[in-house]
Design a protein around this ligand. Sequence first.
Ligand code: ADP
Length: 530
Amino acid sequence: MSSEEIDLHASLKKYFGFSQFKGLQEDVIKSIVEGKHTFVIMPTGGGKSLCYQLPALIQEGTAIVVSPLIALMKNQVDALRGISKENGIAHVLNSSLTKGEIKQVKEDISNGITKLLYVAPESLTKEEHVEFLRSQKISFVAIDEAHCISEWGHDFRPEYRNLRQIIKRIGDAIPIIAVTATATPKVQEDIMKNLGMTSEANSFKASFNRPNLYYEIRPKTKNVDADIIRFVKQNQGKSGIIYCLSRKRVEELAQVLQVNGVSAVPYHAGLDAKTRVKHQDMFLMEDVDVVVATIAFGMGIDKPDVRFVIHHDIPKSIESYYQETGRAGRDGGEGHCLAYYSYKDIEKLEKFMSGKPVAEQEIGHALLQEVVAYAETSMSRRKFILHYFGEEFDNETGEGGDLDDNVRNPKKKHEAQEDVVKLLEVVGKTGEIYKGKELVFTLVGKSNAIISSHKTDSDSYFGIGKSKEPSYWKALLRQVLVAGYLKKDIETYGVIKLTKKGKEFVSKPESFMMTEDHAFEEANDAPAER
Ligand code: ADP
């Protein structure tokens, strides 16, 4: 079917009551209707579900929607039933159904009534379901939360890895639509590779910039609680979320706030279900201003006027940080994102990973290093986050370009052209085999087992940067990475390579203004829990 044959706007109005498409929705829908493999990356709230729901409703046959969470499926199915009188329009197929119910669902599919069939990946592995679906007209398969395919995503699910084989068995030529709010280039690549999305697939990526959010990092000292109280009091009457890693800390901080006259409740997975619901509702209904929570709080919470999100402890990845801070300012109004940082917390997070399989540890370590770089950088935080998601951002022209602590209080800059050349040369001369740590060691003339095994410590350039501190080189390395002269190879967990731009810089150096990074004080705290 060609998209010109159907009036998408009329369908949007008819089924959803909206008069305009949001962002890239229309282009995505056209791609799906044309039967192309389609990859959609949009931040949370971007309107992803409509991208596959609308084409499913207007196309012949049934669309299969793979989703990891039964609760999410149920919400969507209920919402879809609300828009249509035909009860059969959306169905869930999962293990909680009785035999009779499953029979009914299958009948509705056969009769062409069901337009969307929501399934968990486990249900799709059932032979009887696959056999049945093979005999039906399937318009396309949408894979929601497609980042679950990647170990580099924040929610890896092994069942997702087999989806491609199963879809192939249901039908060889079924278009696949992968949808996610996780945008790192590595996850993106994993998804496309795993699903066999070739160069013919259409990719759509919305911007991840949240122009109304203000990003700030403060050093975490032992006075962190007092600092938080002061902040919350200055923002009295406004809604806010404070994230802590441990349940114990959640309880303590909630109490400290209460004692200091702030209306706050705790939220974590250790509380009984009734209390959790009660506290969540109190927050949503504005009976309290502040929720102190572990990361168990937030999924599916849609309070538009959260005015601040505080991280008492730094999260384990930039993605988690982005998701959690993303709960501020959904209505487009102000949203202050404040995180407390101390390197000790990073060491603690490293320690928690120590029992895990090696590959998982390597990934966890690489993700944590990005968090360290983000916290310690003195460049624009917005630019840093967007770079992490593979997006270039210009603070002069980009929306929200002045909204972060580093842009508001810039540190002094100095010309670092010569040092950039040194750094790039060391990367090239050592053969592009080292990660950041070994590069900095080589520059300052410090050896370790890896360096001596490559005999780098007897090379003439070993120690060419020893007049400067390791912290200086680390900072320069980060800035040079963001500027695009070097890149981190993710496959190898962070080996640093020269880019074309970097090679050009070495042969024809330009000005490079460097800012020195923050120096942070140390503090203490405890383990990660839900
Ligand atoms: P995501 O899955 O990307 O987080 P949703 O699909 O839940 O986002 O959509 C977010 C919100 O935007 C929902 O309330 C939805 O009804 C609304 N929405 C989606 N498309 C449109 C549109 N074209 N016009 C107005 N609102 C829309």
